[in-house]
Design a protein around this ligand. Structure first.
Ligand code: GAL
Length: 362
């Protein structure tokens, strides 16, 4: 797909003045530019991946002679709305937004629409508004399926005999549209084993509302896991933890370590993850976290940049899917990339792709 899109980029790109802001607070202005400024609103600096997303989008835009203005909302939905408002006032030509709270942007996106600014929802779909034009992301349901499939395979559940195994379930932030896709993707595979008793959730916490983790926060997940271990485990041991994101996985692992896991008698459970963040990949190599889902966000950034270029040049925008990603008001045309499951056996993929150097993983 990227090749097909790459061909399209052979057509002239906008010649505009160059310059890009680094991590901004939303306070800097784009008014001194001659046009061609693209506003980028990212959700948080607390996670490595979003730093790489922001940096990659800026670089991609600069390579194509656009200006970029990058802001981070630091997990505060109101701050993000204010930042986007400022980008609109500053006269950006397009907006790339990874929402903190998928439903908080309706008002500000109305202003974007009134100003004729196209909006790309980046990785996280923006809900409840017609004022979002495109979506770029990964196949989010597949991410959840990969995490569940890993657990199923490693526990050997498919033979129908093994078990019962104890599993605990974690989901992402309830205000992130992806959370449902990840969780539903996982549960589609895990549910039959919960139904036939090969998997058991000793905490009893299986409802979506019970298992979400506000803002994907690791310490919040750690606290929940601490509570589960203290309240329901006693002599029992955890065999697997479904975790949707590396930051959550590291919180879960911290709780397990402080409960005495990681010995011959009390081995660590299978803990999944997502994003191939450096500390988690190191943890996988060390044999602690079991798995992560690698999403090459440099490619996601590239897809967003190509989309901006197509939109601003009035070209036909290449999408993969025009129906699946409904935001409550309309289906949002989407470009979807494929994720890759990573564990100790294939982490070298990350080195081969240049995502990390061998030295960084030491
Ligand atoms: C999701 C994203 C994941 C992970 C998570 C926490 O929206 O799809 O890859 O980054 O946010 O930041």
């Amino acid at each position: 797909m990227l090749n097909r899109r790459a061909v399209l980029t052979g057509v002239a790109s906008l010649a505009v003045t160059l310059s890009a802001c680094g991590k901004g607070d939303g306070g800097s202005s784009a008014s001194d530019s001659e046009g061609g400024v693209v506003g980028i609103a990212m959700p948080t600096r607390s996670s490595e991946r979003w730093l790489l997303d922001g940096k990659s989008i800026v670089e991609g835009l600069e390579d194509r002679k656009y200006k970029a203005q990058l802001v981070y909302g630091d997990d505060d939905p109101k701050a993000q709305v204010a930042q986007i408002g400022k980008l609109i006032t500053a006269g950006v030509e397009a907006l790339i937004i990874a929402a903190i709270d998928n439903k908080s942007l309706n008002g500000v996106l109305k202003k974007a629409a009134a100003a004729g600014i196209p909006v790309i929802a980046y990785d996280r779909l923006i809900l409840g508004t017609k004022d979002v034009d495109y979506y770029v992301s990964f196949d989010n349901e597949m991410v959840g399926r990969m995490q569940a499939h890993y657990i199923i395979t490693k526990l050997g559940l498919e033979d129908g005999e093994k078990g019962p195994f104890n599993i605990e379930l974690f989901a992402g932030s309830p205000d992130d549209n992806n959370t449902r896709y990840f969780f539903d993707g996982s549960m589609a595979l895990l549910q039959p084993y919960l139904d036939n008793g090969q998997l058991v959730v000793p905490s009893g916490q299986t409802d979506f509302e019970k298992v979400t983790t506000l803002r994907w926060d690791g310490p919040t997940a750690q606290k929940r896991m601490d509570g589960i271990l203290a309240d329901t485990y006693g002599a029992k041991q955890v065999d697997a933890v479904l975790s949707p994101y590396d930051g959550i996985s590291r919180g879960v692992l911290a709780a397990l370590f402080s409960d005495g896991y990681d010995t011959a008698a009390k081995p660590l459970p299978i803990v999944t993850g997502q994003d191939a963040e450096l500390p988690s990949v190191k943890s996988i190599i060390a044999g602690d976290q079991a798995q992560t889902v690698y999403k090459d966000v440099r490619q996601l950034a590239y897809a967003a940049v190509l989309m901006v270029e197509e939109i601003l040049n009035d070209r036909v925008v290449s999408v993969d899917d025009s129906q699946t990603y409904k935001n409550g008001v309309k289906p949002v045309p989407a470009v979807l990339l494929q994720p890759t499951s990573i564990d100790k056996s294939n982490y070298v993929t990350l080195i081969n792709d240049g995502y990390f150097t061998e030295k960084e993983l030491k």
